[in-house]
Design a protein around this ligand. Structure first.
Ligand code: ASP
Ligand code: MG
Length: 346
């Protein structure tokens, strides 16, 4: 029972036992599972989608402990990286403008979340400094910052914005939540743009931050994609790596399940947009799914499955926009087939 792990760990570490004492009222509800939900950029594009995704979290949080991992809103990482291109081409005004647009995009979503005045003011106090930091990066370029390192710092802003906005959407749905920047615990090497995390150290550090939150029924909203070197420089785990961040967070909290929420019904035998023959796969072993990922199918980041297999966590690929569909389950064989919903989502 992973919930027991959560409590056990909280009792072992001194910092956490303080928390355990603070919340000695204990957990009010009975939780069956610990789950990690990862939302991709299209699931987060705009306030309406954020609320929809947050609704999925609220539902799950009634029966499970939930940790969330978010990508940047769709298109934002590309836009951030285009700042670097503009700078490299000597187009400083264009770079400045792009940085402004990134802030404006997120402020627009903030406006559309229609938060109460006080929360909106607090959010502005969080988002505007991020926008200013981004502008400072742009202005600082002239001082000769190493390029891969610079590009990771730029790229990191998307997830830092989206995690804050998503946490606010959850709060509005009365789900207690807090944004967490993964560079606080995902420790990596310094291969910028493709940094490798140190699994065990990241796990231990992640537990210290995440378990007390879960214990208090607070949903951590963790930035995907980002880590940091031991001396605190921001790294990224490579493009499209927030699935992998989802797996890292799930691994850190010993989640029973990782749900990758995306914009298709699950994993198909071929690209459903390109082939009428494409069939939805309901059930895959880790090896089968890994072989599919390795053969170039755009299903999951290739590092998700080895980590999931190691800890025997079940990975689901599900459609945010069609949550009635069961999705694809990847994991150890289900012992009782009656445990599966019949029919599925084909
Ligand atoms: N935002 C990052 C990217 O666009 C990570 C991700 O979305 O998985 O590559
Ligand atoms: Mg993605």
């Amino acid at each position: 029972m992973n919930q027991e792990n959560v409590q056990e760990e909280a009792e072992q570490s001194p910092a956490l036992s303080q928390c355990a004492a603070l919340c000695s009222g204990g957990v009010g509800k009975r939780y069956g599972k610990v789950v990690a939900f990862k939302f991709g950029g299209s699931s987060l594009l705009g306030a309406e989608r954020m609320f929809h995704a947050a609704g999925l979290v609220r539902e799950a949080a009634q029966v499970s402990k939930v940790a969330v991992v978010v990508s940047a809103m769709k298109g934002v990482t590309d836009r951030l990286l285009s700042i670097e291109k503009a700078l490299a081409a000597g187009k400083l005004p264009q770079a400045r403008r792009e940085a402004e647009v990134v802030l404006e995009l997120h402020l627009e979503v903030l406006g559309n979340l229609r938060l109460d005045e006080e929360t909106e003011r607090r959010m502005l106090r969080e988002l505007q400094p991020l926008g200013r930091d981004l502008q400072h990066e742009v202005e600082g370029w002239g001082h000769g910052v190493a390029s891969a390192e610079f590009s990771d710092r730029l790229a990191s802003f998307g997830e830092r914005f989206s995690a804050r906005l998503f946490a606010a959407a959850l709060e509005k749905l009365e789900v207690a939540s807090v944004p967490v920047t993964s560079s606080e615990f995902v420790l990596t090497c310094d291969t910028f743009r493709d940094a490798q995390p140190h699994l065990e150290q990241s796990k231990q550090r992640g537990r210290r931050i995440l378990l007390p939150l879960l214990k208090e029924d607070v949903v951590p909203v963790v930035t995907g994609f980002i880590g940091a070197t031991p001396d605190g420089r921001i790294t990224t785990l490579g493009r499209n790596s927030s699935d992998f961040s989802g797996a890292l967070v799930a691994y850190a909290v010993d989640a029973d399940e990782l749900v990758i929420w995306t914009d298709v019904d699950g994993i198909y035998t071929a690209n459903p947009q390109e082939s009428a023959e494409a069939r939805l796969l309901h059930e895959l072993s880790y090896d089968e799914a890994h072989a599919l990922a390795a053969s170039g199918a755009k299903v999951l980041h290739p590092k998700v499955l080895p980590l999931a297999a190691e800890s025997e966590m079940v990975v689901w690929v599900r459609n945010t926009f069609n949550p009635q569909a069961r999705g694809t389950r990847i994991g150890p064989p289900v012992e009782f087939s009656s445990a599966l919903p019949s029919g599925g989502a084909a």
